[in-house]
Design a protein around this ligand. Structure first.
Ligand code: ZN
Length: 146
């Protein structure tokens, strides 16, 4: 397989490249301790997340990281999608997204531009890239709740 071919259609590639080049909600989180660092060693992706809750709802999500286009775009899009959710809703949403990516489910209607990651199920290494931020966010949110 040639690099970059067959992974995405043009629209989805555009969405991913846009978020990769212009990531939303980034912030310097280098002051956070290293146990906040989430990594995907097989690809070299790493990121830290920060979350602000207000009145029981996700107010803002920030990320600071580096890695491949898929991992960074997925993190960027995630920071926009979780706003306004309760912790429980966010965890539910995270599970649905990860499940859809892993299983290649077509039912991405409710996920909007996250459908860009729907074609990755045949590429196990890419799944780890696409879900890195989401697994990290689950860890962060459930630790807030505890
Ligand atoms: Zn990656």
């Amino acid at each position: 397989m040639k690099e970059g071919q067959g992974l995405f259609n043009d629209l989805y590639q555009e969405i991913i490249l846009d978020h990769y080049k212009n990531p939303r909600n980034t912030r310097d989180l280098s002051s956070l301790p290293d146990d906040h660092l989430h990594e995907n060693p097989t690809c070299g992706d790493s990121l830290k997340l920060d979350i602000r809750m207000e009145n029981g709802l996700v107010k803002e999500v920030f990320f600071d990281g580096h890695g491949c286009a898929v991992s960074m775009a997925s993190a960027s899009i995630m920071t926009e999608h979780l706003k306004g959710m309760t912790a429980n809703e966010a965890v539910e949403y995270i599970h649905q997204f990860i499940n859809n990516v892993q299983c290649g489910v077509d039912d991405f209607d409710q996920f909007g531009e996250l459908a860009a990651f729907g074609g990755l199920s045949r590429f196990p290494l890419r799944i780890k890239c696409a879900t890195l931020a989401w697994h990290a966010m689950e860890t962060v949110i459930t630790s807030i709740d505890a």
